[in-house]
Design a protein around this ligand. Structure first.
Ligand code: SIN
Ligand code: CO
Length: 418
């Protein structure tokens, strides 16, 4: 049997075509709709017993699941520049478990063997609105924790080997079946095979075995060893959530503080007398230093840093090409004639209410006009679309047109005249 990947080019990429609103996904001004994947288990049970504790399978979590991507389309994406893709060749490469990064030549993918490989595309939520729409099943977690959605395809027997990931992942069985073997506890002292392109575990003693069918979801907590083997042709959506480390957060905060050239706050030592040994770092001194640093963490700078840090995308944002910069009056007039604004696929947006309502997009703090309410900031952060009606409902108290114009010119919002 010849591999099914016939490499039809994917044609509805927004970058290459006019915006096409997918009819499977209802866009709403209030956006971020929620679908429940919990059936016998509740969200409370999940957080109490499974989240970052144990893997669990949600059987038929998405009834009649329609995969937004076909394997051929995934292969098409893996041939595109600016899209991160990977091919893992367990066999048939120059060495076992060879990992190759895309973009791939169509001829390379069409020569793939019947089995022994796996193809994946990262950040698919930032490529297709229909893939980012899958996030509606995961609204029980904060959107800012999302890492990305990876889509992977493997022919019968294909896998990426037994490994550990540094993030929590929900794997939706999009097409076909996959057998999953999982460890019983998080691992931190693992050893890897040497001289391989990918980090594969030297030892793996699975405690769980599950067969996932179309529409099932498997949750794998951070650092649980796992190995998923395709049973027939198989397509998965891996919805990954970040588990940032102390080091990552501290480095980012320190860099942010340096880049933003904040006024220095000097530590002020206080004492009621001389200490016994001048060279001792006393418990009281440590407590004073901790309080000094805590004051920084409690300040508004901390919220600003976190909003910018956590809204930073994992994959580069490529603004759609625009012939010319929009002007406010032009935007208002086009929207009054029916044009709407649509956020880019998978645009990283979040907001915070305190110390004042603030919007963060793609690692940027977006200044909103004076007097903007939390409801307004939330709407821009959550909406699937903005029409003239929504924008006018905020005016005249708040003139949002300059901000919207800026967001359009940065490519974060796209004007659709259809
Ligand atoms: C895959 O879908 O290729 C495997 C995903 C994973 O194990 O993280
Ligand atoms: Co994994």
């Amino acid at each position: 049997m010849v591999s099914r990947l016939s490499l039809l080019r994917f044609t509805i990429l927004k970058k290459y075509a006019q915006i096409a609103l997918p009819n499977t996904y209802e866009l709403t001004p209030h956006g971020r709709d929620t679908m429940n994947i919990f059936q016998t288990l509740s969200a409370q049970d999940f957080f109490a017993n499974y989240w970052q504790k144990q893997p669990v399978v949600f059987r038929q979590a998405i009834k009649n699941f329609q995969s937004p991507l076909e394997p051929d389309e995934l292969a098409g994406l893996a041939c595109e520049e600016d899209i991160e893709s990977r091919l893992v060749l367990e066999t048939g490469g120059e060495k076992p478990w060879q990992a190759l990064s895309g973009p791939f030549e169509e001829s390379r993918l069409s020569k793939l063997a019947e089995s022994g490989w796996s193809l994946s595309v990262q950040g698919a939520d930032r490529i297709l609105l229909e893939v980012s729409a899958l996030l509606k099943y995961f609204r029980f977690l904060p959107a800012w924790l999302l890492d990305d959605i990876m889509v992977s395809y493997a022919p019968d027997g294909g896998s990426v080997g037994a490994h550990i990931d540094n993030y929590d992942v929900f794997i939706i069985q999009g097409q076909g079946k996959r057998r999953w073997l999982l460890g019983g506890a998080p691992q931190y002292d693992e050893e890897y095979h040497e001289d391989l392109d990918i980090r594969l575990l030297k030892e793996f003693a699975p405690k769980h075995e599950w067969e996932l069918e179309h529409g099932d979801i498997l949750y794998i907590p951070t650092r649980f060893a796992h190995h998923g083997i395709a049973l027939g042709e198989c397509l998965n959506y891996s919805v990954g959530f970040r588990a940032p480390t102390d080091g990552e957060l501290i480095r980012s905060l320190a860099n942010w503080a340096i880049e933003n050239d904040l006024p220095e706050r000097f530590f002020s030592y206080s004492a009621s007398g001389a200490q016994g040994s001048a060279s001792e770092i006393t418990a009281d001194s440590l407590s004073q230093i901790k309080n000094h640093m805590k004051a920084y963490i409690d300040s508004e700078h901390f919220t600003q840093w976190f909003g910018q840090h956590i809204s930073e995308p994992k994959t580069f944002f490529a603004p759609p090409e625009q012939e010319e910069q929009l002007k406010e009056a032009q935007l208002e007039s086009l929207m009054s004639e029916g044009a709407i604004l649509i956020p880019s696929e998978g645009l990283k947006r979040c907001w915070s209410a305190a110390p004042s309502p603030t919007l963060y997009i793609e690692g940027e703090r977006i200044c909103l006009p004076e007097g903007s309410s939390a409801a307004l900031v939330q709407q821009i952060s959550d909406c699937d679309l903005l029409s003239h009606k929504e924008v006018s409902s905020f005016s005249p108290e708040v003139n949002l047109w300059p901000t919207l114009c800026e967001l359009c010119n940065k490519g974060y919002l796209t004007l659709s005249r259809d």
